[in-house]
Write a protein that binds this ligand. Structure first.
Ligand code: AMP
Length: 642
C-alpha cells in the first residue's frame, strides 16, 4: 500500500510539558486539528489505575486533585534524564521518581512504573487518534517538536515515545524553529536573525536563530540555533501565585505565603484560580474583580487595576528579559530582524511591551501563541511530504484587505494582487458625537459589504477625547510584510491614542475559497457598488442632517418663515432616505439620494450664514457644551463626504 502511504499527510505535533497539539498543513496552509469535543489542547496528563492507563488528557487533569497518586503530569521534564539527575526535581512536581532501566528516571503512579517516554506515547497516540478521525486516513508519520536545549538522550526518548505510539518521527524540530516556520520565516531574501521568546505556564525559553532562506534548490530554509537560555521554573503560574499571595497578605491571612496560610486546600486552589482569571482578564481590560470565598467566613473581594497587577508581574518579566540578554550575548549580539512570541503568557501586554522595548523590534503576535509551534511542525511536515505551500508562498495579496465602516460597508485599503510587502493608509473619523472608542473590524474579500467578506480581526481604539462626530482624525495603516503578516495600526491624531492588531490573512483559506470569493464578487459587483454608495451617502447625510438640524434650532427665530419651511422640508426628505438606506439600502436610488442631499445643502445656506453670524456674536459662550461619555463606542466613518 505504498500509494496510500504517499497520500498520508505528515502531521505536526507539539509535545508540550503541560499540553500537546496536533496540526496538519495542506495547500491551504496549516491548521490545528480538534479533538472529539472540539478542544485543541490536549493536557499532557495520564492517569494510571491498577497498573494501567485509565484516563488521558482533560479527564486525567480534572481528576488530578482526586487521584494525586495515580496522575502523571509534566512527564516531559524527566524525558531521557538519568535517575540521579531527575531526583533533584523529585517532589517539586508531585510525581514519584524512581530508578528505571539503564539508570534512567522512571515515574511511579497508580501501581505502574513507567518511563517518561511511555507516558508521552499515551499522549501521542491520543493525538494520532484525533488526526486520523479528522483527516479520515491513517496518520503514521509526524514531525514532533522538542525544546532547543534537548540533548541526544532526550531526543532519543522522544523518538522512542513516537515509536511506541505507532508513529514514525520523520523529523524532530526545535520548538523555536517551528514557531519561525509557522510565520513563514526563511522563505525569501537574505539571511535573518530571529528571537523566539516562549513564556508558558511553568517554563520560559528564549532562543536566537539564524535563518538562511531556501536558495531555490528546494532544500528548504536552514535554521541554526545560535543560543538558547531558559528557566524551567518560571512562567505564568508563578505570577498567579505571587498575585494570590499579595491578595492574601492584604487580607491579613497569609503573612507566611500561600502555603503557610491557614486555608483549606480547596480555598487555596480557588484563590489561585481567581488570580489566574484576573490575570487573563487584565490582558484585555484595565481592571478586574476578584471575589473569593476563603472559607471560615473570610471573603476576599476587591477590584484590581492593571497597573497594580503589572507591579506584581514585573519582576518575573524582568527575569525573562535578563535571560534574553544572556542569550543575545551568547549569540554575539547580532542585529535582530524578528521576534516571535510563543506561549500563553505572552498575551500579557506587559510582556509584549517589555519584549518590544528590549529587542527594539515589534514582536510577531499574529498567530495564537498556544498554536504556533504545532502549526510550524505541520508546515515542516508538509514540506517534507512534498506539499507545496501555495497559500504561504504568495508574492501578492490574494484577496483585498479593508475595514468595515459605519453602516457595514467596506473601505478597502489594499487591493487584491498588490505585491507584498505592501502598505496603505487612510483617514477615518467618528460617526457619533463624543464617541470615545472606535471599533475596527478588519476584513478580507472583494465584496462591498463587510457581512459578505471574511472577518480577520476586531480591535478597539479607546480613550479618544470627546469631540463632535467627524472631528477626530483616525489614521488607519495596513502593512503586509514580506512574510505575509498583516499589521493594522489605528491612531487618533489629536490625542495620540493608538491600538493595533496582527493577523496572517492567508491562513485558513483554501485555493477554492479564494476562487469562490472572486467569482462572487463579480456576480454581485453592480449591486454591491450601489449598496456601498447608498450607505456612504447615508453616513455622510446623517452628519449633515445633524449639523443643519442643530444650527436651524439655534437660529430659527432669525430666519424667514419661507427659508425655515424649505429647510425643514429638505431635512425631512433626507431623513426619510437615511432611514430607508439603513433598513433596505437596495430600494434606495443613489442618484436621487445624492440630489436630495445637494438640495438640502443649497436650502441650508442661509442657516449656515445665520449660524456663523450668531456664533460670532456669542463667541465667548460658543465653545463645548457637549457632555463626555466614557462608554461611548462605535464604528469608523469614512472621512471624505461623497
Ligand atoms: P502555555 O503553557 O503556553 O499554555 O501557557 C499557559 C499560561 O499562559 C498560563 O499561566 C496561563 O495563565 C497563561 N495565559 C493564558 N492566556 C492568557 C492571557 N490572555 N493573559 C495572560 N496569561 C495567559
Amino acid at each position: 500500500m505504498e500509494g496510500a502511504e504517499a497520500r498520508e499527510p505528515i502531521i505536526g505535533i507539539d509535545l508540550g510539558t503541560t499540553h500537546s497539539l496536533v496540526a496538519v498543513c495542506d495547500a491551504a496552509g496549516p491548521r490545528v486539528i480538534e479533538g472529539p469535543a472540539g478542544e485543541r489542547l490536549l493536557p499532557s496528563v495520564v492517569r494510571y489505575s491498577n497498573g494501567r492507563v485509565s484516563a488521558v488528557g482533560s479527564d486525567a487533569r480534572k481528576g488530578a486533585a482526586e487521584f494525586p497518586d495515580q496522575t502523571i503530569a509534566s512527564a516531559k521534564r524527566w524525558m531521557g534524564r538519568a535517575h540521579g539527575e531527575a531526583s533533584a526535581l523529585d517532589g517539586a512536581f508531585g510525581v514519584e521518581v524512581v530508578a528505571g532501566p539503564r539508570g534512567l528516571a522512571a515515574l511511579r503512579a497508580g501501581g505502574a512504573t513507567v518511563l517518561p517516554q511511555e507516558v508521552a506515547a499515551v499522549v501521542l497516540a491520543e493525538l494520532r487518534g484525533w488526526a486520523e478521525r479528522a483527516l479520515g486516513c491513517a496518520a503514521r508519520r509526524a514531525v514532533i517538536t522538542v525544546p532547543a536545549y534537548f540533548d541526544d538522550g532526550q531526543r532519543q526518548a522522544t523518538r522512542d515515545a513516537a515509536r511506541l505510539a505507532g508513529i514514525e518521527a520523520v523529523r524532530l524540530v526545535p520548538e523555536p524553529t517551528a514557531a519561525a516556520l509557522a510565520y513563514g520565516l526563511g522563505r525569501r531574501g537574505h539571511p535573518e536573525t530571529i528571537v523566539v521568546y516562549d513564556l508558558g505556564g511553568g517554563t520560559f525559553d528564549v532562543s536566537v536563530l539564524e535563518v538562511t532562506p531556501d536558495d531555490g534548490s528546494g532544500a528548504g530554509a536552514m535554521f541554526r540555533v545560535l543560543a538558547t537560555h531558559g528557566d524551567t521554573r518560571l512562567g505564568g503560574d508563578d505570577i498567579d501565585r505571587a498575585l494570590a499571595e499579595r491578595l492574601l497578605a492584604e487580607a491579613g491571612l497569609g503573612s507566611a505565603g500561600l502555603d503557610g496560610a491557614s486555608l483549606a486546600p480547596a480555598s487555596r486552589q480557588a484563590l489561585r484560580d481567581f488570580a489566574e482569571s484576573a490575570k487573563i482578564a487584565l490582558s484585555t481590560r484595565d481592571s478586574a474583580t476578584v471575589d473569593v470565598d476563603l472559607g471560615g467566613g473570610a471573603r476576599l473581594s476587591r477590584s484590581l487595576l492593571r497597573s497594580e497587577f503589572e507591579a506584581i508581574a514585573r519582576p518575573f518579566v524582568e527575569r525573562t528579559i535578563e535571560l534574553c540578554r544572556r542569550a543575545l550575548d551568547d549569540a554575539g549580539n547580532p542585529h535582530l530582524d524578528r521576534v516571535v512570541l510563543v506561549g500563553g503568557s505572552t498575551r500579557m501586554p506587559l510582556v509584549r511591551q517589555e519584549v518590544a522595548r528590549f529587542f527594539g523590534v515589534e514582536p510577531y503576535t499574529a498567530l495564537d501563541p498556544d498554536m504556533v509551534v504545532a502549526l510550524g511542525a505541520a508546515v515542516q511536515g508538509a514540506l517534507l511530504g512534498g506539499v507545496r505551500r501555495d497559500a504561504l508562498l504568495l508574492d501578492v495579496i490574494p484577496l483585498s484587505l479593508g475595514i468595515e465602516t459605519v453602516g457595514g460597508a467596506v473601505a478597502k485599503l489594499l487591493m487584491r494582487n498588490s505585491a507584498i510587502p505592501a502598505f496603505a493608509r487612510e483617514m477615518f473619523s467618528t460617526s457619533v458625537d463624543n464617541q470615545t472608542a472606535v471599533r475596527l473590524h478588519v476584513v478580507q474579500g472583494e465584496r462591498e459589504m463587510a457581512a459578505d467578506c471574511r472577518s480577520l480581526a476586531r480591535f478597539e481604539l479607546r480613550n479618544i477625547p470627546p469631540m463632535p462626530a467627524g472631528i477626530p482624525q483616525v489614521e488607519v495603516d495596513f502593512t503586509v510584510d514580506a512574510n505575509g503578516v498583516l499589521q493594522v495600526r489605528a491612531g487618533e491624531r489629536r490625542s495620540g491614542q493608538r491600538a493595533s492588531v496582527q493577523v496572517v490573512p492567508s491562513y485558513g483559506l483554501t485555493a477554492e475559497e479564494v476562487e469562490r470569493m472572486e467569482r462572487e464578487s463579480l456576480t454581485h459587483a453592480r449591486d454591491d457598488m450601489r449598496r456601498h454608495r447608498v450607505i456612504d451617502l447615508a453616513v455622510n447625510a446623517s452628519l449633515d442632517v445633524k449639523w443643519i438640524g442643530d444650527a436651524l434650532e439655534r437660529v430659527r427665530a432669525h430666519l424667514d418663515t419661507a427659508v425655515v419651511e424649505s429647510v425643514d422640508q429638505e431635512l425631512h426628505r433626507v431623513r426619510a432616505l437615511i432611514a430607508l438606506a439603513k433598513s433596505a439600502p437596495e430600494s434606495v436610488d443613489a442618484n436621487a439620494f445624492q440630489q436630495a442631499k445637494e438640495a438640502l445643502d443649497r436650502a441650508s445656506v442661509p442657516v449656515h450664514e445665520s449660524a456663523i453670524a450668531a456664533s460670532l456674536r456669542a463667541e465667548q459662550q460658543a465653545a463645548g457644551s457637549s457632555e463626555p461619555n466614557s462608554e461611548r463606542g462605535g464604528g469608523v466613518a469614512p472621512r471624505s463626504p461623497s
